[in-house]
Design a protein around this ligand. Sequence first.
Ligand code: MN
Length: 269
Amino acid sequence: MDRRKVLSTSGAAAVAALAGCATGDAGSSSGAGSRTVFSVAQPMLPIAGTNEMFPVRRIYCIGRNYAAHAREMGSDPNREPPFFFQKPSDAIQFVAIGTTADHPYPPLTKNYHYEIELVAALGKGGKNVSVEQALSLVYGYTVGLDMTRRDLQRAMGDEKKPWEIGKSFDRSAPMGPLHRVADVGHFTKGAISLKVNGVVKQNADLNMMTWSVAEQISKLSQAFELMPGDLIYSGTPENVGPVVPGDVMQGFIAGLPMLDVRVVGTKNA
Ligand code: MN
């Protein structure tokens, strides 16, 4: 390799490093013609009423965003800055409208909880986005479950360790297809509820969020550069609780189709 080639190659690598993320044309840093050694699926969500798909980049989740849920989790509700965690994008379990998805009871937990949530999907990104501008980033919405291995989350929290194992496991993000803002508008109020085996367990209104979706986007964008493809779980209302194999969950947000999920498999001994 001659000197010029070395310089141009290292230059490309430096540019890629400056760009800072291991995505996109990762092969370019090692020259034209590089190939990935195997393929990794891009998580996607169907866009309702279209033949199009929404590629998912990151999944952010806000914690304790309804006062009554904050209380049941043992903290005082207040307007201190919201906190966020992430789920991996491949934790999505897509649930088609009108179907009941089989959701395997996950390993390790003995206290597996539902959390019904509104999920916002960003079609545009930004840093330090103002509250006034924030909703212009939203492409659409769907109903999602932030499934939680509550015993593991609590145990890690008690030890001041990350929540990862309680929140960010395989299939921990069941959700329906995206509904475009152009079709359904924005969600600042309206019923949000969850039934288990036909019995109402969670029942609240989106207007009871401590931080609105617009405020969440604004705050999140101060910590991370938001990008198209990012999803934001907007928090769950009170009365989270357990499910066991055989239970059927029905998540509902006024203006969106029902999310139906059946827990299958066996409880952990
Ligand atoms: Mn949650």
